[in-house]
Design a protein around this ligand. Structure first.
Ligand code: BYC
Ligand code: FE
Ligand code: FE
Length: 485
C-alpha cells in the first residue's frame, strides 16, 4: 500500500463514502462499495429503526482516527448519516504477534492458505452488527427519554458502520465471493426462520429497554473481547479495522452500564421514598412502577448466559487453528507474558464429569475460547460491582451477581447439563420446576412491558429510570437530543 494511505489520518468527507483508505484511487473497490451503498440504505430503511427517517438526531460522526479528537457532534437525519470506512493508523514494521508465523511481517494481503478461515471470521463478525440493529428496530417507540432515544440511535448507526468495516474487508480482499458475502449480510435477518443471523444471541429478541441496556452491557462486551482478539490478527487490515471499532465500542458499553445503573437508582429511590426495605417484596415494589431488583437479576442471568454462548465451545479446534495461523489472538495478546505459540502450554477448563463440576487441564491452544470467556467474565464483573454500590449506598440489602459459567448454556462444556446460577449441577426436572426463579417468566416480561411508555418531551424521563448524571458531549440532560418535527 502506498505511503499516501499511511499519511491519511483525516477522513475525506467530499466523497460519497467517507474514508481514510484512499478509496478515490481504487476504482474497482469504489465501484463495488458504491453499488452496495443503496442496498445498505434499503436494508436500513426496511430493517433498521422503524419510522425514524425524518428525526434529527444529535449524533457523533467519526471525522478522524486520532484518539484525542476523532468525532464531531451534530443533528442529522439517520439515513443521511455518513457511514464511512476508517482504519486505525498503520504501525510501521508490525509483525505477526503469535502463532506459527510469529515474528514474520504482518500480512497486507490475504494469506492464501488461511483464506477460508479468515473469510469465515470476518463474515461472523460482520453478521452480528446489522443483527443487533434489527433486534433493536422497535425500541424508539418506547424510549424513556430523548436522551435514551439518541443513545439507541448512536449505537445503531455505529453498528451499521461496523458492518461497513467488515464489508470493506470482504470486498477489497476477497474478490467475487467477498462481494457475495457482502450481499448476504443484507439478506439474513435476526430471528428469521429461513435466513437467520449466524450466532444464537443475535436471534433473540430485545423487546424492551431493560433488555437493550443489558444487551449493550453484556453482548456488546463480547464485541469488545472478540474485536480485541481480532485486533491482534496478523492480517493487518483486519487488525486496523478492529482497533478503530473498539474506540466506538466503549460508548455502547457505557450506554448499557449507565442505563442499568439508572434503573437501579430509580428503583432504590422509589423503595426508600415508600419505606420499603425488603427488596424481595416484588409485589410492593412493582406497585411503585419501578423494576424490582430480583427481576433485574433474572435479566442479568439471561443476557450474561446467552452471551457466554457467543464464545463458542470452550475447547475448540477452530480456535486453535485460528490462533496457530496467526489470524485470531487472545485478549490483550500483546500484554501477555508467554511464548505466544503455546505448543506445550496448558489451560484449566471447567466442566462436568459424572454430574460434578471439575477443573481439568487442556492444551492451551484448544482452550483459547475458554480463556476468552474467562477474560470476559472478569471484565463483566466490574460493572456489576458498580451497580451493587448504588444499591448499597441506598441502604438496601440486595446484591446482583453474574450467573455461573454453566448456567443456561446451549453451547460448549455445559450444554448437556442443567446448572443453577450459583453453579449447582441439577437434574432436568429440577431445572424445569425452577426455571422462572432464574429467568423472566411471561408475567415478568408483561410487567416490564407495561412500563414501556414513550417520553418525548425535552428533559422528561420515564418513571422507572433515573435521569443521567451527565449528558452527551457536555450537553444538559434536557437538551433536545432528538428533534421530532
Ligand atoms: N451460535 O468450535 P466452535 C459483536 C458455531 S459480538 C451459533 O464451538 P469457534 C456485537 C461455530 O460458528 C462479537 N453457532 O467455535 C455485539 C461453528 O460453526 P461452523 C462477534 C455457534 O468457531 C453487540 C461451530 O459452532 N464476533 O461484535 O471457535 C452488537 C463450532 O464452533 C455459536 C465474533 O464472534 C453460537 N453462539 O468460535 C453488535 C468474532 N458458537 O463454522 C455486535 C468472530 C459457535 O462449524 N467469530 N457456533 O459452521 C469467531 O471468532 C468464532 O466464529 C466464534 C465461534 C467465537 C463465534
Ligand atoms: Fe459493533
Ligand atoms: Fe457495539
Amino acid at each position: 500500500m502506498s505511503s499516501v494511505e499511511d499519511a491519511i489520518v483525516e477522513v475525506n468527507y467530499d466523497e460519497l463514502i467517507p474514508n481514510n483508505v484512499d478509496l478515490a484511487n481504487d476504482a474497482r473497490l469504489k465501484k463495488a462499495l458504491e453499488s452496495w451503498h443503496p442496498k445498505y440504505i434499503d436494508w436500513w430503511n426496511e430493517a433498521g429503526p422503524e419510522d425514524t427517517q425524518e428525526l434529527e438526531v444529535y449524533l457523533r460522526t467519526a471525522v478522524g482516527v486520532d484518539p484525542k479528537g476523532w468525532a464531531k457532534f451534530g443533528h442529522v437525519k439517520m439515513p443521511e448519516y455518513r457511514w464511512g470506512i476508517l482504519l486505525a493508523p498503520k504501525e510501521e514494521g508490525r509483525t505477526i504477534p503469535f502463532g506459527k508465523h510469529k515474528g514474520e511481517p504482518a500480512w497486507q494481503e490475504v494469506p492464501g492458505e488461511y483464506r477460508a478461515m479468515l473469510r469465515r471470521l470476518i463474515v461472523v463478525q460482520g453478521d452480528t452488527e446489522p443483527a443487533s440493529v434489527e433486534q433493536q428496530r422497535y425500541l424508539s417507540k418506547t424510549a424513556p427519554s430523548l436522551y435514551d432515544m439518541r443513545n439507541l440511535f448512536q449505537v445503531n448507526v455505529e453498528e451499521g458502520r461496523h458492518l461497513w468495516a467488515m464489508v470493506y474487508l470482504l470486498v477489497k480482499y476477497f474478490g467475487r465471493d467477498g462481494r457475495e458475502e457482502a450481499e448476504a449480510m443484507l439478506e439474513r435477518r435476526s430471528a428469521n426462520e429461513d435466513k437467520p443471523r449466524i450466532l444464537g444471541a443475535f436471534n433473540e429478541e430485545t423487546p424492551d429497554w431493560l433488555s437493550f441496556f443489558m444487551f449493550t452491557y453484556f453482548t456488546d462486551r463480547d464485541g469488545k473481547m472478540q474485536l480485541e482478539s481480532l485486533a491482534q490478527s496478523g492480517f493487518d487490515p483486519l487488525s486496523r479495522s478492529c482497533r478503530f471499532m473498539l474506540t466506538e465500542e466503549a460508548h455502547h458499553m457505557f450506554v448499557g452500564e449507565t442505563g442499568v445503573g439508572r434503573v437501579i437508582q430509580r428503583t432504590c429511590d422509589a423503595m426508600n421514598e415508600a419505606g420499603i426495605t425488603d427488596a424481595n417484596d416484588i409485589e410492593a415494589v412493582r406497585k411503585l412502577g419501578v423494576i424490582d431488583l430480583p427481576t433485574l437479576q433474572k435479566k442479568v442471568n439471561f443476557h450474561a448466559s446467552v452471551t457466554y454462548d457467543l464464545f463458542g465451545a470452550e475447547v475448540s479446534t477452530n480456535a486453535a487453528a485460528a490462533f496457530t495461523a496467526g489470524i485470531k489472538g487472545r485478549f490483550n495478546e500483546n500484554k501477555l507474558d508467554d511464548d505466544h505459540v503455546l505448543t506445550d502450554a496448558v489451560y484449566s477448563v471447567d466442566r462436568i464429569v459424572d454430574g460434578k463440576l471439575v477443573v481439568e487441564e487442556e492444551p492451551a491452544l484448544n482452550a483459547i475460547n475458554g480463556r476468552l470467556l474467562d477474560d470476559y467474565i472478569k471484565d463483566a464483573t466490574g460493572g456489576v460491582g458498580r451497580w451493587n454500590k448504588i444499591i448499597q449506598k441506598s441502604g438496601i440489602d440486595f446484591e446482583l451477581k453474574l450467573p455461573h459459567k454453566g448456567f443456561n448454556r446451549k453451547i460448549g462444556e455445559f450444554s448437556e447439563n442443567s446448572v443453577t446460577p450459583t453453579g449447582e449441577v441439577i437434574s432436568e426436572s429440577e431445572w424445569s420446576s425452577n426455571e422462572y426463579e432464574w429467568l423472566c417468566s411471561e408475567a415478568d416480561g408483561d410487567y416490564i412491558n407495561s412500563l414501556m411508555v414513550a417520553c418525548r418531551e425535552k428533559g422528561q424521563y420515564a418513571g422507572w429510570i433515573a435521569e443521567p448524571r451527565v449528558g452527551i458531549n457536555n450537553q444538559s440532560s434536557d437538551f433536545e437530543y432528538v428533534k421530532i418535527n
